[in-house]
Design a protein around this ligand. Structure first.
Ligand SMILES: Cc1cc2nc3c(=O)[nH]c(=O)nc-3n(C[C@H](O)[C@H](O)[C@H](O)COP(=O)(O)OP(=O)(O)OC[C@H]3O[C@@H](n4cnc5c(N)ncnc54)[C@H](O)[C@@H]3O)c2cc1C
Length: 495
């Protein structure tokens, strides 16, 4: 294992760009058409695509084996537009509907070229995954946001069936879960790595890429690495695909751009999510996008019955419809409410959820509870009076919570679950990264001339800015990583 620092620099340098090596100063040890850096889901999809097109492909992976964060994940892929899995589960979908929903949920214009490509290509991408050994079972699982305990293949993962989206876009589940019980990320990677092993692509593990290499024109023409401590310089004639993961574990970058992520109990990633890819692109003038955005899960569900409770902030006021995707709840709780949130129940509606969140305070009336928790006097009484009056009529004029979950909470004792960021599980990772086009080309900001691509360089997976610009849906990361991984490899071979 290689434990050397990427930059060899001081901790306060860890947010700075990593300059490329100069190709004319290097002696190439080997030459390939495509060099892929990192073997998670995005890198595997890129390498598979290039190798199947007949290219000479080298994958350099820093760890002892491929997998990355992808192998630790839930394995959910956000796919739709009418996949055979959706149809088998009884759901009709089309690319325009998928695009309308994602534009609203992720905060992108509907005509965004990357979003359009993703939605238009989603059925084909689903079939490509299936053809490469990733099975999906066409059965719906009604608990949203998380992988099912069984092998059901379809879940809601972005609040599709709740306000504000369900009012304007017909809800369709698009979270596709590979057919294996519980978290499916390891299984997904087994399938992709198995398919890759059947190609001519060469994979070198324990190979940590240190720098990109550029020629006199500024084109990326290769990389330098250390393999088990030995230096290696590899030329890439068609392109370098960066698939080296994100920057959740680079505290300096997180502090600089999305400091809330440094407050969560569980950063979703591995220590290889150190921002090396992002920093290497920055040195080439790459533009970044969405650096302030993060996925933040606050897993109040499952079971979904928990959302009969009421979420309040540090002023004792509601701030969201409780029945939405728990990633939207977590993001609002941490980024908009400063991580000070409580979940209220009355006696009949009290439930301990799957991760064991329990009431910390229990009192005979709302005023006493507000005092115990330390909320403004009278705040819970006035919040709950308004909520209960509307809920009795099956309405939530403030946030549009669905009637299925609207029950007056009026039978004492009343309890509050402590959901402050220091007290319970928040899990998150940054969604910002390098700006890319719909073929994964790394874009730099060339002022009035508009974006120009860095020749020879592609970024996919968490190195690239996510489609999720404002909010997230589970499955987008693996979906976009594999989708744009394929497109980047194909584009490199065309260039
Ligand atoms: C618990 C958990 C659950 C999740 N669930 C889901 C889910 O259900 N659906 C979803 O879409 N997303 C999910 N995510 C997020 C998702 O897993 C990641 O965003 C995604 O896997 C990133 O894929 P990637 O290919 O970009 O990076 P990775 O899978 O992390 O792969 C990057 C690889 O690059 C290697 N590398 C890094 N630096 C170098 C270097 N300098 N040289 C060589 N190699 C290098 C790393 O070792 C790693 O193997 C989850 C994450 C976690 C932790």
């Amino acid at each position: 294992m290689d434990d050397q620092r990427t930059d060899g620099g001081r901790d306060d340098d860890r947010a700075s760009p990593i300059p490329p090596s100069t190709a004319e100063d290097l002696t190439w040890d080997d030459t390939f058409d495509v060099v892929v850096v990192g073997l998670g889901a995005a890198g595997a999809a890129a390498a598979l695509t290039a190798a199947e097109a007949g290219a000479r492909v080298l994958v350099l992976e820093r760890q002892g084996q491929g997998g990355g964060t992808s192998a630790m994940s839930g394995g959910i892929l956000y796919l739709g537009g009418g996949t055979s899995t959706q149809l088998a589960a009884g759901y009709d979908d089309d690319p325009a509907l998928m695009r309308r929903f994602l534009a609203a949920a992720l905060g992108r214009p509907e005509d965004d070229p990357r979003l359009a490509a993703y939605c238009d290509g989603s059925v084909e991408h689903h079939d490509w995954l299936v053809a490469h050994g990733v099975p999906f079972r066409g059965e719906f699982w009604p608990e949203p946001g998380m992988e099912p305990p069984g092998t059901e293949g379809l879940v809601f993962t972005g609040g599709e069936d709740t306000a504000p989206y369900a009012d304007t876009v017909r809800p369709v589940p698009r979270g596709h879960v590979p057919a294996t019980p519980n978290a499916a990320g390891g299984f997904l990677m087994e399938c992709l790595l198995g398919a890759l092993a059947a190609t001519s692509a060469q994979v070198r593990a324990d190979a940590r890429v240190r720098t990109l290499a550029t020629d006199a024109t500024g084109r990326v023409v290769g990389v330098t690495a250390t393999v088990d401590g030995t230096p290696l310089a590899v030329r890439a004639t068609a392109g370098v695909v960066l698939a080296s993961g994100g920057w959740a574990y680079n505290d300096a970058l997180v502090d600089a751009h999305v400091p809330e992520v440094n407050r969560v109990a569980w950063k979703l990633g591995t220590d290889a999510d150190d921002g090396w890819g992002l920093r290497s692109c920055l040195a080439l003038g790459a533009r970044t996008e969405s650096m302030h955005t993060a996925e933040v899960a606050l897993p109040i569900t499952p079971p979904r019955d928990v959302v009969r409770g009421v979420l309040v902030n540090g002023r004792g006021e509601r701030f969201i419809n409780e029945d939405t995707y728990f990633g939207h709840v977590g993001q609002a709780a941490l980024m908009e409410q400063d991580g000070e949130v409580y979940l209220l129940f009355d006696e009949p509606r009290y439930l301990v959820n799957r991760v064991g969140m329990r009431a910390t305070w229990v009192c005979g009336d709302w005023d006493e509870l507000a005092e115990e928790v330390g909320l403004p006097p009278g705040s819970l009484r006035s919040t709950m009076t308004a909520y209960n009056e509307a809920a009795a009529h099956g309405e939530d004029p403030a946030f549009g919570k669905r009637a299925d979950w609207l029950v007056p909470l009026d039978e004492p004792p009343f309890g509050a679950v402590d959901l402050r960021v220091g007290s319970t599980i928040y899990a998150g990772f940054p969604l910002g990264g390098v700006a890319t086009d719909a073929d994964g080309r790394v874009l730099r900001d060339d002022g009035d001339d508009g974006d120009a691509a860095v020749p020879g360089l592609f970024a996919v997976g968490r190195v690239a800015a996510s489609l999720a610009r404002e909010r997230y849906c589970s499955g987008i990361s693996l979906g976009e990583g594999t989708f744009f991984g394929r497109r980047a490899a194909a584009a490199a071979l065309r260039s």
